[in-house]
Design a protein around this ligand. Sequence first.
Ligand code: ANZ
Ligand code: ZN
Length: 856
Amino acid sequence: MKAYNPHEIEPRMQLDWEEKGIYSIDETSPAPRKYVLEMLPYPSGDIHMGHVSNYTYGDLVARYSRMKGYNVLHPMGWDAFGLPAENAAIKHHSHPAVWTYDNIDTQRASFKVMGFSYDWDRTVSTCDPEYYRWGQWIFLEFWKRGLVERRNSPVNWCPSCNTVLANEQVIGGRCWRCDSEVEKRDLTQWYFKITDYAQELLDDLDKLAGWPENVKQQQANWIGRSEGANVDFELVDVDGTTPTGEMITVFTTRADTLFGCSFFVLAPEYAGLEALVAGTPHEQEVMEFAEAAKKVSAVERAQGDREKHGVFTGRYVLNPVNGEKVPIWVADYVVADYGTGAVMAVPCGDERDFEFARKYELPIIPIILGEDDPLFEQLKDEKARVVTEVDWDAAYDAQGILVQSGEYTGMVGGKHSPAEEAIVAFLEKEGKGKRTVEFRLRDWLISRQRYWGNPIPAIHCPKCGVVPVPEEDLPVRLPEDIDLAAGETLATHESFARTTCPQCGGEARRETDTMDTFTCSSWYYMRYCDPHNDQAPFSKERINAWMPVDQYIGGIEHAILHLLYSRFFTKALRDMGMLDFDEPFTNLLCQGMVLDAHGEVMSKSKGNVVSPEEMIDAYGADTVRVAMLFMGPPDKEKLWNENGLEGMYKFLNKIWRQVHDLVGKAGDDTYYAGDAAAVDEAQVQAAVDKLLRERHRVVGKVSDDIERNQYNTAVAAIMELSNATGEFLRKTSPEMRTDDSKAAEVARDVAETICKLLAVMAPHFTDELWREALGHEQSIHLEEWPEYDEKLAVADEVELAVQVNGKIKAHIMVAADAADEDILTIAKGAVASALEGKSIVKEIVVPKRLVNLVVK
Ligand code: ANZ
Ligand code: ZN
């Protein structure tokens, strides 16, 4: 038997697969289709462990699906626009395209070395004009349908990336990419109206049974639907005496708490703020405060634990339920673009208001109580306000009973409570309020002030305004001659920016912003269905045939951004009549991070990055793949451990030897150490039966584990089959495995089965065994997944009584053909407590009846 040599086998197999095109798709195949997709990588250069795990999982699913008889679409591409390319180009005085395509070449080569089964003919690089052309086309279609808007508003600006960011790209007040603190700037920008789909994006989460709960929860929170009411408070004049007739509206989910409103808060950006304080003694202080507070990002304002700051404006509004005068403050915990940017503060019921009231010594009026509150007995029938302070250390934000609330006293209050409904009904009747629904989701800001992105196809004409680029002029190509290092931008690139107006023919300027790269990754998976189409982004027929994606695999960091945007694109394109489904990804697997051996995130700065290339050099790609699969459930974090690799290499070597031995090709490496002449027929029969049983059980287990995305236990089950194989090999001679006996038949079947099960994990290794050791002509990757018979997987079981000194102490179930030593082990375990401190002097096994242990 020749030794296992991955370094010789792997490149040879890769070449063979490519020459025979075994992973290319046949669109005409009548087989049922399956679309297996991994999130496309950013071409950052070398591959890292996250790539190895993500793509190993996806490749397993694709290979398994093919063996199960599906026509599988399993493509790969590159999310190729973005800032790193631009920054690298500036640093090296080169061009982003050069850096990007170099890196794509490197990564493609690495993926080939890993043996991933992609149809390379379907590759999409988002920076390719043949791709981004259709991104521009989709932009224009969105525009026609009112899904594109250009507007001026305060936007997130990253001073280090020199560009604006979408809300989704601001994480904890910082830039998602470079971690710099994000500033607010007033700018005119382009938006996709994702909010038009807020309700459907929320509702359809219910259709996604194959998505992890936590991802759906994060999306639901991000969309953030709130049912409540807009309530009008009338402004009092500057002297604080006369109502002005002018209203300030708040959004509240808790109209039931109106009787406890002790102050009123505006966001620092509130549009009417300046007019409110103009010419008053408070003007300077308020405007200075507002200026400083604008720097606090929306995300930070939403964080409950941040210290809050505010100032009194000197003005008042009137509470619509009781006519009370309420002081108006401005504070940094109110978000400008949620609701109306104004809040009725109820410190007894809202934690943020509570903290603010404590800090600035504003009244905390108890108007809703739990029945176990010490104040409850005293106030439960109290309609008037008699208590205006509490000694609580937190707000009461649960359901409770209203007190000191006029005619509503005694009603159940809380979100969606009877009291809330009654008070909103009253306000609506009085014309002081209106039921409404608020979403936290904001429109998607898609314009970026960067070169390396998809140009927005618009033209600014001094006469006609903002005009779309005509479809026949697409794509608007990025100019190649740009000197980014010298500070040149699209806006300063005159030959790009200067153009003529498609409507009036007059002199005009191109839009020089590019689109957020997330627009490119919102539909790449659609293009894979029809990648060479030059008439449309894709044909309806092709896309309906392949989509939705059956299994999508990628990082949890995309739980909101990419997945939400893709869902929006799908719905918008559906409404344009381009496709016939509502959701792009039926099943989603979010892989857990691969951490170092100490549980730390791998990073260049920490110097703890493990290089997949080095591991492949040492052990071959197959070992790396199976070791990765074995490390743990794919959706959990995994600690990378070098020993796992060594162990897996040994395991593959063991399988190599066993498969050869099973078909009598191990030569001197055979496991058999016995004397063929002195064979015990019954023992051989038992070994054959047991191996056959294991074979069926393990195929069942591995199939089931793969269907449930539990690849680590699938590997473990194959190890169990290997153990049973070892036992069998020790008891049967090579001759017995090559004649026409039952033993030989089972041996060959098990050899083929092991190879097939492992084929989805270690594709080169198994293909070599399949052809070289098992003598097949064709690649194993054209074979079918092994069948199994559940009935053969379980041994007949019998019940045995277990006696200790003649007294029955337990009953056990054992396989009908279990060996005495196995029965004794199980029996001793079952009566362990009766054996404690005793020594066994005699062990008796009466087959199929009982076990008796004599102890002293
Ligand atoms: C009075 C009240 C009393 C409130 C109470 C809550 C509890 P969700 O559920 O997230 O929609 N709010 C409204 N607009 C705001 C803004 N622009 N910035 C910060 N907070 C704002 O939250 C709705 C509640 O958040 C609203 O209901 C309002 O406070 C506050 F016991 O009104 B509530
Ligand atoms: Zn014009």
